[in-house]
Design a binder for this molecule. Structure first.
Ligand SMILES: Nc1ncnc2c1ncn2[C@@H]1O[C@H](COP(=O)(O)OP(=O)(O)OP(=O)(O)O)[C@@H](O)[C@H]1O
Length: 254
């Protein structure tokens, strides 16, 4: 399933939050979306999910414009884990995750054991099975974040969009979520701030001031020039003796 963005633009009071972004997201790839604060990553993800309408250009799924599809149909294919998403307080974790099944249910197809199984599996995948019966409001920030991811997984999408999913997570769960997401075999677009984590992606898309300024494999994208130009840092590169992988430490460019 191909998700494509053509010349996407989103304006707010005459100011472009996202400007002229054209991007083909490849089936089953993990595409990392990086860029400084306010560069338009969240706005772009929301447009890719069909939740925000572009002011110019369009998003298409297998060639079909999202705006021509009913929201339920879009939600069967695309799930977004938003950055500061929240859910009403008086609900258990399990029920919150079960909301992910909504696009699949209707009068002809009521809640079934298959839906139950999706929810159980999603909770287990994010290591939250033990908290299924808890009130949502009692969750810690990281547990809540994992529950949001579980809800997106319960939605059984073909395309998963994640806005800084490792925010709030302790280091073990950061690694677990990245491994999980990488192992799903889904088409994934993931906004990340940690550039070492971004190195795990198949490709990186770099946003700067609303524009897509670079796109390609991490090794080719995270050059000294780009790090200085976009992030105002320089990196020293170290080699991890455990597996020979490249690790960057960042220093401000003065
Ligand atoms: N509703 C809004 N009202 C005013 N400004 C907005 C609104 N939504 C987004 N913006 C602005 O649009 C720009 C892009 O925001 P966006 O959240 O897409 O960036 P981002 O790259 O995801 O940032 P971050 O890394 O900080 O999460 C920012 O300057 C932001 O302040």
């Amino acid at each position: 399933m191909m998700l494509t963005a053509r010349d996407l633009t989103r304006r707010l009071r005459g100011h472009a939050l996202v400007a002229g972004v054209t991007l083909d997201i490849r089936p089953a790839e993990m595409l990392g979306l990086i860029g400084p604060n306010g560069s338009g990553k969240s706005t772009l993800l929301r447009m890719l999910a069909g939740l925000v309408r572009p002011d110019g250009g369009q998003v298409a799924l297998d060639g079909k414009p999202l705006r021509a599809m009913p929201a339920r149909q879009v939600a069967r294919h695309i799930a977004l884990v938003a950055q500061s998403a929240d859910t009403s307080d008086r609900i258990t974790v399990r029920d919150a995750v079960a909301l992910g099944r909504t696009p699949w249910l209707d009068a002809m197809r009521p809640w079934s054991p298959a839906d139950e199984a999706h929810v159980t599996q999603a909770l287990a995948r994010v290591d939250l099975a033990h908290l299924a019966g808890r009130d949502w409001s009692t969750l810690s920030g990281g547990e809540r974040q994992r529950a949001h991811i579980a809800r997106a997984l319960a939605q059984a999408p073909r395309i998963l969009l994640l806005d800084e999913p490792t925010n709030h997570l302790d280091i073990r769960h950061q690694l677990a979520i990245l491994d999980l997401v990488g192992g799903l075999g889904l088409t994934t677009v993931i906004a990340l701030h940690d550039l070492n984590q971004a190195m795990r992606c198949d490709r990186l898309a770099v946003m700067q001031a609303g524009r897509l300024v670079a796109l390609g494999p991490p090794d080719r994208i995270l050059t000294a020039d780009l790090l200085a130009r976009v992030f105002q840092v320089r990196a020293s590169t170290l080699t991890d003796p455990q597996d020979g992988s490249r690790v960057m430490r960042f220093h401000p460019v003065v």
